[in-house]
Design a protein around this ligand. Structure first.
Ligand SMILES: [Zn+2]
Length: 539
């Protein structure tokens, strides 16, 4: 038999969770065609994996790379982690569909989402057109698309804080049908973000029923990851159970705020019990004690009604501002980071104006002091007004014990929850969360090798065959004959994340080779600048 590539002398960890074995891997036309002892011919490209681990490519089950792929399809920060498949469209955020009748709203939405100095070239309206366009652009890794509830609600209703009319509900269902028929794998929600936060459970349930018709999945950034975390997980369970959809995924699972530390015991028990009843609930996690999101998420959802411009107007109105402040400290109607975690744990990650961008990496308390002021809320308002409601933050909110307990959980996978960025250029602005660069090597290097919280084989199963099975990708996620050759070769003694909160733009190390559909994208740790990924479609 002739092979295009043979990976020789490696220690194979096949993704099933079984212990490693010694074997060579033969690859022909993008697929794994032989596992065993192989004597390659002279024409065959040989990768010597002596002393290295050979395993399936990692699947990032929670990615926002859809926001950067149109600018840079090389996905540098994620492919160097060994990620060969990105699951994008998370937290209800996606770049489609677009409603041309609401052009201004969408222009604003896209300009908020674009990195400073860049603009999206939006050539699509429907989700199917969007997928075709992304396929044309290509990508260094495979991409699985999930439709974001935020965009379909925006397209149907704008930034309105009310229930949808019958017509609007129908419109949203039509958007879902188009996306699912085009090959989306499910729907995602981000129920702390506006306009999604305006939707009640029954609205999300009705839309998820549409997804269920296509055997799709429900992914959710739940309504509350702090004091009401159990209630918020229960909402996911109810939606999955009542819609009849295939399964539900709790995004970046955490128990946020010191008062809730330890409660991952309860959340994992609830997930376990639900699975025993025959309802498929899974979750994912990034391995850090800080979260990251947009700065305006600090403010109550009602203050966002009408969009970012309206939010800025409200901040300029003393009476409205006072109401916002009261809600923020009282936190009765939303997950208030300020109330639960405190200003000193809120760090600025990205800002654009000259006045404020110098404070990137600093906490709001530090910034307030540096400005010679006393009230963090006043400083936050100034920032949001000057930045036109843009800006990002990281929030120190999680405890180490919970992080480890969740990671070990039977139903837990791993996701970066970030976009895919290069080390230099306009996409690498600010101080993004280090998870963009370090998530998977941090799990394998820090938590598995150094902390020994689980076996390497178990960790690899969680990032390969488990997410593949959840998504229904029958020909990926395992080292097995006839599988697509998505393969990572790494050094288990050396693999580690380098990115930190103060110095995030650093690639992880120890990943020597990454193959995507049988093409070598990373060779001896270097990106080969090829786009061998596929747009994976559910049908
Ligand atoms: Zn999220």
């Amino acid at each position: 038999m002739e092979f295009d590539i043979v990976i020789k002398n490696g220690r194979v960890i096949d993704g099933t969770g079984n212990p490693w074995f010694k074997a060579d891997i033969g690859i022909t036309k993008g697929k794994i065609t032989k596992i065993g002892l192989i004597e390659p011919s002279e024409k065959t490209k040989v990768i010597d994996a002596k002393g290295l681990i050979v395993c399936p490519g990692f699947i990032d089950i929670h990615s926002h790379a859809d926001y950067t792929i149109p600018f840079d399809p090389m996905v540098v920060s994620t492919i160097h982690q060994g990620i060969t498949t990105l699951v994008v469209g998370m937290c209800g955020a996606s770049l489609a569909p677009v409603n041309p009748e609401k052009k201004e709203l969408f222009d604003k939405e896209f300009s908020m989402a674009a990195p400073p100095g860049l603009e999206y070239n939006i050539t699509w309206t429907s989700y199917s057109e969007y997928l075709d366009e992304m396929e044309k652009i290509g990508c260094s890794s495979n991409v699985v698309y999930i439709i974001g509830f935020g965009m379909i609600r925006l397209a149907a209703m704008g930034y309105e804080d009310r229930k949808p009319t019958k017509n609007e509900m129908q419109k949203m269902k039509d958007y879902i049908r188009d996306a699912m028929e085009a090959g989306a794998f499910g729907i995602s929600t981000g129920l702390i973000y506006t306009p999604q936060a305006y939707a009640e459970t029954d609205e999300v349930l009705e839309l998820t029923k549409e997804v269920a018709k296509y055997n799709g999945l429900y992914f959710s950034h739940i309504r509350n990851e702090g004091n009401l975390v159990i209630e918020a997980i229960q909402e996911v369970i109810d939606i999955v159970e009542q819609s009849g959809c295939r399964g539900g995924q709790i995004a970046h699972h955490k128990v946020s705020g010191k008062a809730n530390w330890g409660r991952s015991k309860e959340t994992l028990k609830l997930i376990e019990k639900t699975n025993q009843r025959g309802i498929n609930i899974t979750c994912d996690q990034y391995p850090y004690n800080r979260g990251a999101t947009s700065l305006m998420t600090l403010l109550p959802p009602w203050s966002h009604e009408g969009g970012p411009e309206k939010l800025v107007e409200r901040l300029k109105d003393p009476e409205e501002k006072e109401k916002i402040k009261k809600d923020l400290y009282d936190g009765a109607n939303f997950e208030s980071f300020v109330k639960n975690i405190g200003w000193e744990c809120v760090y600025i990650s990205s800002l654009e104006t000259e006045k404020w961008s110098k404070y990137m990496g600093k906490s709001l308390t530090e910034i307030t002091k540096a400005e010679g002021k006393e009230d963090e809320f006043e400083v936050l308002c100034e920032i949001l007004i000057d930045e036109e409601a843009k800006g990002g933050m990281t929030v120190e909110s999680m405890g180490e014990e919970d992080i480890q307990r969740i990671m070990k959980g039977r139903y837990t996978m791993i996701g970066c929850d970030g976009s895919a960025i290069p080390l230099t250029g306009p996409l690498s602005y600010g101080k993004p969360h280090p998870r963009f660069y370090g998530t998977f090597p941090r799990v394998l290097g820090y938590f598995v090798r150094e902390k020994k919280i689980m076996s390497l084989e178990t960790a690899i199963r969680k990032i390969t065959s488990f997410p593949a099975q959840t998504l229904g990708l029958a020909d990926r996620g395992l080292i097995k004959e006839n599988m697509w050759a998505d393969i990572v070769v790494f050094d288990q003694e050396r693999i580690i994340d380098k990115a930190t909160f103060t110095n995030p733009h650093q690639l992880s190390v120890g990943i020597e080779y990454v193959l995507v559909n049988g093409d070598v994208v990373i060779e001896k740790g270097k990106h080969q600048k090829i786009l061998s990924g596929m747009t994976l479609r559910s049908n």
